[in-house]
Design a protein around this ligand. Structure first.
Ligand SMILES: C[S@@+](CC[C@H](N)C(=O)[O-])C[C@H]1O[C@@H](n2cnc3c(N)ncnc32)[C@H](O)[C@@H]1O
Length: 236
């Protein structure tokens, strides 16, 4: 099994405890990251009605935050498509009232036409995509001109201040231990903290987005730099 396939299998394996663990491990703080992410992206969108593609949707958590943001900002999200290559994660998404079409596929090859979406999001997913350049180009292809991209991710970062060190201790030690205990899959949560260290910095991902053609509206770090939000637009 290649690296990408073993990552997808790992998500298949942890899918039953995924939602609960997400909340516990972030002490619920991820709700704020998601809420503010969807609201920032939706504020940048100039239209009233939108089609959304949520890539690496997993159990579909972010879709619920998009729906709440749309109500708050008085915009309509007409159509929602969630895509993910882990069938077990999608099966859990299908049990929620998401009112979304779910497609089993990878971020680097989404079987939808050019300019299919006004909004495209990927939360805590891009770090798992081996063919990242191909996936980012795919996001550009899928978005309409003026469409808005939202990425939420734990980026790799040099941690120097005392608060940085606390964040680093949490990500490297506390999170893999707690995650392993609760999910009974230590391998998966060891992977989570290793993959953060091995991933791009916010600056590097920002440069990739710009080189593809996106206009960056926002790169915002939150909670001692644990979470990074990217909001970008495909120009007209
Ligand atoms: C940490 S979960 C995030 C799920 C969801 N977006 C959320 O915010 O809770 C990462 C997701 O990325 C998916 N994934 C792994 N490899 C992928 C790929 N190559 N393309 C798209 N999604 C992928 C996994 O199946 C998993 O559902």
């Amino acid at each position: 099994m290649d690296k990408q396939q073993s990552i997808i299998k790992m998500f298949d394996d942890i899918s039953p405890t995924y939602d609960r663990l997400n909340r516990v491990l972030s002490f619920g703080v991820d709700r704020g990251w998601r809420k503010r992410g969807c609201e920032s992206a939706l504020s940048l969108f100039s239209g009233d009605r939108a089609t959304l593609i949520d890539v690496a949707t997993g159990t579909g958590d972010l879709i619920l935050f998009w729906r709440k943001a749309a109500v708050k900002l008085r915009k309509t999200i007409d159509r929602v498509i969630g895509v993910d290559p882990s069938q077990n994660m999608l099966n859990i998404a299908a049990t929620k009232r998401l009112n979304a079409t779910l497609i089993n596929c990878e971020a680097s090859a989404v079987p939808l036409p050019d300019n299919a979406a006004d909004l495209l999001s990927i939360s805590y997913g891009i770090r798992n995509v081996i063919e990242i350049d191909k996936a980012l180009a795919e996001f550009y292809r899928l978005l309409k001109p003026n469409g808005v991209l939202l990425i939420l991710e734990f980026m790799s970062r040099k941690r120097q201040t005392p608060l940085d060190r606390i964040a680093s201790f949490y990500l490297r030690r506390v999170l893999p231990t707690l995650g392993g205990l609760i999910s009974k899959d230590p391998r998966a949560y060891a992977y989570l903290s290793e993959s953060i260290g091995a991933f791009l910095s916010a600056k590097e991902l920002g440069e990739k987005l710009t080189s593809i053609g996106f206009e960056i509206a926002q790169i915002k770090e939150e909670t001692f730099g644990i979470n990074t939000r990217f909001v970008a637009r495909k120009p007209l």
